[in-house]
Design a protein around this ligand. Structure first.
Ligand code: GDP
Length: 475
């Protein structure tokens, strides 16, 4: 039997330094108790304040979550009174848009927003998202109940955030009615250029709406850091601003038992014994416009230039005679099988200058992004999670799929530049400035409608993203 000190040390690792609550049934979510065997201990510790906020959130969720009396009472009240209602429990309902990576970055944003505004986060998962994640909150569920009275599918039409902002501007002297249920769209749309979501006045209005239905595919966490009213809380929760997704993601996203099995088996068979694990995520947004060979050249040129993978020996005298025992495992994730196959063949057919052994493995190749397909999403989550277990990452510009992997893993990836004119640039990739996801549509104006030109000076913890100049990220 283990001594008390080693036991508490292991418990500490398992619960990620107090990030995770201990009040769960182990069998229902094996990954929660086993992931520490596959992941390196994170050098980033959650702050005690973040931990206390998570525990208070869990209490709120238990008290107001689905199937509680408070939940039922609130839904009845909201159905009866259409405006200017106050309720003891307030909610934010996350609804999906786009692929899994987009969904995960917006879920983290919604969760942080829920914590900051004392709302309960419920998620509307269709069949395609069933059994991807374990329940994150103890003694409750985050799944929106089937009999939720305000589902859009039931033909409800809600007042929108944009409309309320407009009304507010038009008659700012008189109090107008705030709806009890509001639709909050934080997706990129071509018609509304400015959402003013970071402005305290908008937050003041939102605060008076008991139930928000959010649709977003964005990592809008940076916009929360721009809102003065959230500043103090966020500073206390995250003394290191570049760890928001890292901590909240490890808290919220535990692979379900269905997904955990394949992750574990793949890891043990192909990654466990390697001295170094390299993840290469190849996301091709426009397969018809970007030739396969060009992307392959870019991946290889980036990996060899930055010594992520060894160079090929061009003549026999270059081949390292040493009996180099180093084994590197390369995990390739892509919709297309050619990338993994080609890289594997190259390292089989050519000697390397270092003499290292390079194994290349690709868990899946779905060919197309599929919508409404549960198994497809499970494979995507498996790939994302496996990438996050790597030591080094090469990722594709603009891909939220890669963002989730890098932040869960705590890795600053090498980002392959988006190709212009289908040509590999002289500098094929660049190392990212932080592990945080990029927010692609930050506000362009401040709350007084003045252009926000220099984000980095106004907000010292933000930078323009290396993969997308209009985006911003926490550093
Ligand atoms: P983004 O579009 O790159 O920002 O990432 P999303 O995850 O939002 O959407 C891409 C979707 O395409 C994923 O969710 C998967 O369904 C699919 N996909 C793209 N790349 C891969 C991959 O490497 N592996 C797997 N399994 N699926 C992928």
């Amino acid at each position: 039997s283990s001594s008390p000190s080693t036991k508490s040390h292991a418990d500490n690792d398992i619960l990620l330094d107090g990030l995770l609550s201990s009040g769960f049934d182990k069998g229902s979510c094996l990954s929660r108790y086993q992931s520490y065997l596959y992941r390196k201990v994170s050098p980033h510790k959650p702050s005690p304040y973040l931990i206390s906020k998570l525990r208070s959130y869990e209490d709120l969720h238990t008290g107001c979550g689905p199937h509680t009396r408070a939940y039922k009472r609130t839904m009845v009240k909201l159905s009866r009174f259409k405006s200017n209602v106050t309720t003891g429990c307030q909610y934010i309902i996350w609804t999906y848009a786009n692929g899994l990576g987009n969904r995960m970055v917006s879920m983290i944003s919604a969760f942080l927003y829920a914590i900051l505004t004392d709302r309960v986060l419920l998620v509307e998962f269709n069949d395609d998202m069933v059994d991807l994640f374990c329940e994150p909150f103890p003694n409750s569920t985050w799944i929106l109940p089937k009999d939720f009275p305000f589902s859009e599918h039931k033909g409800h039409h809600f007042e929108t955030y944009q409309n309320i902002l407009k009304k507010d501007r038009e008659n700012n002297s008189t109090e107008f009615l705030l709806p009890s249920v509001m639709h909050l769209n934080l997706q990129h749309t071509s018609h509304d250029h400015e959402k003013f979501f970071s402005c305290d006045h908008s937050q003041y209005l939102l605060h008076k709406v008991p139930l928000l239905i959010l649709r977003s595919d964005q990592y809008f966490v940076p916009s929360l850091f721009m809102a003065p009213s959230f500043n103090q809380e966020l500073n206390k929760m995250f003394p290191n601003k570049d760890t928001v997704f890292h901590h909240l993601g490890r808290y919220l996203f535990q692979p379900s038992n269905d997904v955990w099995g394949p992750i574990k088996r793949f890891y043990k068979a192909y990654m466990d014994k390697a001295d170094e694990k390299i993840g290469i995520q190849i996301r091709v947004f426009n397969p018809n416009l970007t030739p396969y060979q060009t992307i392959m050249n870019q991946v290889l040129s980036c990996s060899q230039k930055h010594k992520i993978l060894p160079d090929f020996a061009t003549n026999i005298s270059e081949v390292s005679p040493s009996n180099n025992q180093i084994l590197k495992s390369v995990l390739v994730t892509s919709l297309y099988p050619e990338y993994g196959e080609n890289l594997r063949t190259m390292y089989l057919n050519k000697p390397t200058v270092t003499g290292e052994s390079i194994g290349v493995y690709q868990p899946s190749h779905e060919e197309n992004q599929k919508f409404g397909d549960n198994l497809h999403n499970k494979k995507a989550w498996t790939d994302i999670y496996l990438l996050s277990l790597c030591d080094v990452l090469v990722t594709s510009a603009l891909s939220t799929f890669g963002y989730v992997a890098q932040s869960l893993g705590g890795i600053k990836p090498w980002v392959l530049y988006k190709l212009i004119d289908a040509k590999v640039p002289d500098s094929p990739c660049v190392q990212d400035v932080s592990m945080e996801p990029c927010f692609h549509i930050p506000p362009k104006h401040d709350c007084k409608e003045k252009p926000l030109d220099d984000i980095g000076t106004t907000f010292p913890y933000m930078r323009r993203c290396v993969d997308f100049g209009s985006g911003i990220k926490l550093i």
